[in-house]
Design a binder for this molecule. Structure first.
Ligand code: FAD
Length: 376
C-alpha cells in the first residue's frame, strides 16, 4: 500500500480535512514532496455551518483554488435576528459562499491530486517515531510532520504540544433542510435554550437547501428542541424535509502555548481555534496552511509560530465579543438596538470580522460602537 510513496518525503500531513489538504497543496506549490493520510473515506462530511467567508475565499485564491459557481450559493452579508429585532450588513469585498462540506472536500482533493500530492484514505495514523510517522504499523520517514487532525488532535499530545493558555468548549449540531433559501444573507439567530445561551445559524447552500447549525454550551441540546425557542425560524422550516441527518461536533476556542516541536507542527483546528460562531475556522486554516508551507520551505518554524499567533488574534477577539453578546441578554438587546439604528456600524464590525479595512477603521468603529452601547 505504501510502496508508491516517494522514498524521501519532505512533508507527511496527518489529516486530510481542509487544513491538511490546503497545507499539502501549498507545500507542493513550493516544490516539496507531500503525502496526506486520513482515517476517513472521502468526501468527508464534517458537521459545519458551511459558510465560507470572503476572506476565506481570498485565502483559497492565494492557494490557486477557485470554487466553481455550480457548487455554491453566494450570500451577500450577515443578518442578526434576536428578540424580534433584525440587523443586517453586507460584505464590502463581495459575496461569501454557502458550500456543502462534501463539495469543498471534493474540490480540495481534485486540486491536491492535480498538484501531485500523494493521498492515503482510510489510513489512520497510529503514532510518530523519531524519523516520521507510523502508518498501519510501518515506519514512513519524512522531514516534516504536520498534524492537521482536527480539534481532538492526537498528534498534539504525541508531540507534547497540548499545553494551552485558554480553552472554551461548546457543542454544535447541524442538519440540512430541503427548502428554497428565503434570503441571500447568512442568518444568525440568537437566543436561550433551556437557560443556556444558544445560536442557530442558517446558511443557504443551494437553490433548494439550507444548512442549520446550532451551537450551545449544553451537550444535550438538539436542533428540534432548540427550534422551539425560535418560532419564526421553525415556521419557515415546518414543511421542509430533512436533507441530512443531525450530526454533532465540538467547537473549541483554544490558544496553544506552542504549535511546533522539533519536526512536528500543527495546523487548522489541531493548532487551536476559534468558536464556530465566527464562521472563520476555514479561513484561518487556509491562511495558516499558506504560512506553514512558506515556513517549511525555508525551514523556519519559529516564524510560523509567530505568524500563527498574529493570524488567530482577530478571529479570537471577535469570538470573545460574540460569545459575550450571546451570554448577556441585556448587552445583546443593546447591541441589536445599535446595529438596527446604525447599519453603518454593523457594516464596520462585519468588515473588521472578515479582515477588511485598516487598523484606524477598526479603532474608530470600536470607539463609536462603545459610545453607542453606553448611550443606547
Ligand atoms: C458546528 C460547527 C459549525 C462550523 N461552521 C463553520 C462555518 O460556517 N465556517 C467556517 O469557516 N468554519 C466553521 N466551523 C469550523 C470548521 O469546521 C473547522 O475550523 C475546520 O473543519 C477545520 O479544518 P481541519 O482540517 O483543521 O479539521 P477537520 O475538518 O476536523 O479535519 C481533520 C481530519 O483529520 C482526520 N484525522 C483525525 N485523526 C486522524 C488520524 N489519527 N490519522 C489520520 N487522519 C486523522 C479526520 O478524519 C479529519 O478528516 C464550524 C465548526 C463546527 C463544529
Amino acid at each position: 500500500m505504501l510502496n508508491w510513496l516517494p522514498s524521501s518525503l519532505d512533508v507527511f500531513v496527518i489529516g486530510g480535512g481542509p487544513a491538511g489538504l490546503a497545507t499539502a497543496i501549498a507545500a507542493r506549490r513550493r516544490g516539496l514532496s507531500v503525502a496526506v493520510a486520513d482515517g476517513a473515506i472521502p468526501p468527508i462530511d464534517k458537521p459545519c455551518g458551511e459558510g465560507l467567508m470572503p476572506d476565506g475565499l481570498d485565502a483559497l485564491r492565494e492557494l490557486g483554488i477557485t470554487i466553481p459557481a455550480e457548487d455554491v450559493f453566494p450570500f451577500r452579508g450577515i443578518r442578526f435576528v434576536s428578540g424580534g429585532k433584525k440587523a443586517e450588513a453586507v460584505f464590502s469585498q463581495g459575496p461569501a459562499y454557502g458550500i456543502r462540506r462534501t463539495a469543498l472536500h471534493r474540490i480540495l482533493i481534485e486540486h491536491a491530486a492535480s498538484c501531485g500530492v500523494s493521498m492515503l484514505w482510510h489510513t489512520p495514523i497510529s503514532g510518530l517515531h523519531s524519523e516520521g510517522v507510523l502508518v498501519a504499523g510501518k515506519r514512513v520517514p519524512a522531514r516534516w510532520i504536520v498534524g492537521a487532525d482536527g480539534s481532538s488532535s492526537r498528534v498534539r499530545p504525541w508531540a507534547g504540544l497540548d499545553r494551552h493558555e485558554k480553552k472554551n468548549l461548546r457543542f454544535g449540531f447541524r442538519r440540512h433542510y430541503r427548502v428554497a433559501p428565503w434570503t441571500d444573507f447568512m442568518e444568525l439567530h440568537w437566543g436561550d435554550c433551556q437557560s443556556h445561551a444558544c445560536q442557530i445559524y442558517v446558511t443557504p447552500v443551494s437553490r433548494e437547501e439550507v444548512c442549520l447549525a446550532l451551537i450551545s454550551s449544553n451537550p444535550q441540546m438538539r436542533l428540534d428542541a432548540a427550534l422551539a425557542q425560535f418560532p419564526g425560524l421553525a415556521a419557515r422550516l415546518q414543511h421542509a424535509e430533512h436533507a441530512s441527518s443531525e450530526r454533532g461536533a465540538i467547537t473549541v476556542s483554544r490558544q496553544l502555548r506552542r504549535v511546533y516541536r522539533g519536526r512536528t507542527v500543527l495546523v487548522g483546528d489541531a493548532s487551536g481555534g476559534v468558536d464556530a460562531i465566527t464562521g472563520e475556522g476555514l479561513c484561518l486554516a487556509f491562511r495558516q496552511a499558506a504560512l506553514l508551507a512558506d515556513c517549511l520551505g525555508g525551514g523556519n518554524l519559529a516564524r510560523y509560530q509567530a505568524g500563527h499567533r498574529r493570524l488567530i488574534h482577530r478571529p479570537a477577539l471577535m469570538a470573545r465579543l460574540m460569545l459575550r453578546m450571546g451570554k448577556h441578554e441585556r448587552l445583546r438587546r443593546r447591541t441589536m438596538q445599535v446595529f438596527e439604528s446604525s447599519p453603518r456600524l454593523f457594516a464596520g464590525m462585519l468588515a473588521m470580522h472578515v479582515g477588511d479595512g485598516s487598523a484606524r477603521d477598526y479603532i474608530a468603529n470600536g470607539i463609536s460602537m462603545g459610545w453607542r452601547l453606553l448611550t443606547a
